[in-house]
Design a protein around this ligand. Structure first.
Ligand SMILES: [Zn+2]
Length: 288
């Protein structure tokens, strides 16, 4: 029989070992940058995460789904999301963000300042106001540092001042676009930007070559032109899309444009969540 004193010693020793192991595991995890394209049905929801830092780009149509996805990737003690980016005020992009903003502390929100008449947009503004969340108008040139990576906003070119009453008819037109660079790897997040605006990029003389392209507008035929793809030259094309959606996304024409260039097509309706891991300052690799 062990003495009481000896049992306490064993317990303390085991506790110390567990804490050290937990620390080692957490530390090794925190060095990795993860980019996850969540399968949220018809919509977009992307998470960039390194250690305690998280950036969300859109939140899909449903808060329930988005919170469940975040719960799987963010440890329970981390209740803060540093930055939320809303590419444009449509339900399939900001619907899920409302519950996210209710349930997490939010460092700041960046959006394209385009207004909408929709109820979801009213709810979005209300939660920002009620929780006194800092709101920044996104425009080209804004740089965000996330430990080992840089996220740069490339579009819109300037803050959209005094948008027409009720907002433009097509809210996709001024979708916020951002590019993430980690060492040799890069990701281009296109929101729902249509073809006519892609020409802004082609003509801007930016370095647009990108490893992973988040295809615009769920694979609509009205985005991602041949000229655009020839500038980006992506290895992988992510299409965030719902099964049997009523829009017929992704369009056959778009899939043909990608196939003709031997671009690897990855669809959330087929693969579920699509995750990339970047570590040791090398390139980013798909995890699943
Ligand atoms: Zn959309």
């Amino acid at each position: 029989m062990f003495s009481k004193k000896y049992s306490y010693f064993i317990l303390l020793f085991l506790l110390a070992i567990s804490l050290i192991l937990a620390g080692i595991i957490y530390n090794s995890q925190s060095r990795k940058l993860k980019i996850v394209f969540f399968d949220v049905g018809q919509g977009d929801a992307i998470m960039l995460s390194q250690g305690q830092n998280q950036i969300l780009i859109d939140g899909g149509p449903s808060g329930k789904i988005e919170l469940e996805k975040l719960g799987r990737h963010i440890p329970f003690w981390d209740r803060k999301i540093e930055i939320v980016i809303a590419t444009h005020p449509d339900q399939d992009h900001i619907g899920g963000l409302i519950d996210v903003m209710k349930n997490y502390e939010i460092g700041k929100v960046i959006d394209n300042s385009v207004q909408s008449d929709s109820q979801v947009y009213k709810n979005y503004l209300e939660i920002i106001k009620n929780k006194n969340i800092k709101r920044l108008k996104g425009k080209a040139g804004i740089n965000i540092k996330i430990k080992d990576a840089d996220l740069e906003i490339l579009y819109p070119n300037a803050v959209l001042e005094n948008p027409p009453a009720g907002g433009p008819k097509n809210t996709n037109t001024d979708s916020l676009v951002a590019k993430l660079v980690y060492s040799e790897s890069s990701f281009l997040f296109m929101g729902d930007l249509p073809i006519e605006k892609e020409n802004d990029f082609i003509n801007k003389n930016l370095d647009l070559k990108t490893q992973v392209l988040k295809v615009s507008h769920h694979g609509s035929k009205n985005a991602t032109s041949e000229e655009f793809l020839d500038k980006i030259i992506p290895a992988d094309a992510i299409i965030s899309v719902g099964k049997n959606n009523r829009y017929g996304h992704p369009a056959g024409e778009l899939l043909e444009r990608l196939k003709a260039r031997k671009i690897n097509i990855l669809r959330t309706d087929e693969k579920g969540d699509i995750e990339y891991i970047c570590e040791n300052k090398l390139s980013c690799q798909m995890a699943n």
